[in-house]
Write a protein that binds this ligand. Structure first.
Ligand code: CMP
Length: 137
């Protein structure tokens, strides 16, 4: 079994879409191994997205991710990293396939309702960033 890290972003939480997204997550065969609501500080958002710090959208991304509460998740299933990215759909909801989470709930590239790790290595790093000290088995 593989684990990945996911976020239900502040836009989706504000729009009462937590339940809808979790329902699609479980229907896709994921077990929720850890889950916590958090209102990220700017510093936490900057640290989490540090890899994007030189991109033109970094300021907007940090502002958005710290504007309200989000839901942090450890998701588990076979091939979890790739499968979660498939279930979320393309980063830009305009390009996301029908039936994906972003096609269903997201409004724009910047406010795209969900995050998922892009590799097994980054999943381990991102899970440790937000669930340090927890035993995720
Ligand atoms: P996420 O998967 O959380 O990882 C990085 C985020 O940056 C991405 O989702 C988008 O929400 C955001 N992002 C990527 N490209 C752009 C862009 N061109 N403009 C605004 N935000 C972007």
């Amino acid at each position: 079994m593989e684990q990945t890290f996911a976020i239900i972003k502040p836009d989706a939480v504000a729009d009462n879409q937590i339940g809808g997204i979790l329902a699609m997550t479980e229907a896709a065969g994921f077990k929720i191994r850890a889950m916590r609501m958090a209102h990220l500080t700017r510093k936490q958002a900057e640290g989490f997205y540090a890899v994007h710090k030189d991109r033109p959208f970094f300021g907007e991304l940090v502002e958005f991710m710290s504007e309200g509460p989000c839901v942090l998740l450890c998701l588990e299933r076979e091939d979890a990293v790739a499968k979660w990215r498939e279930v979320m759909g393309a980063t830009n909801p305009a390009n996301a396939a029908e039936g994906t989470i972003r096609k269903t709930f997201a409004k724009s590239m910047g406010r795209n309702c969900a995050h998922g790790s892009d590799s097994k290595e980054n999943a381990a790093i991102e899970l440790a960033y937000f669930f340090a000290g927890n035993s995720l088995q």
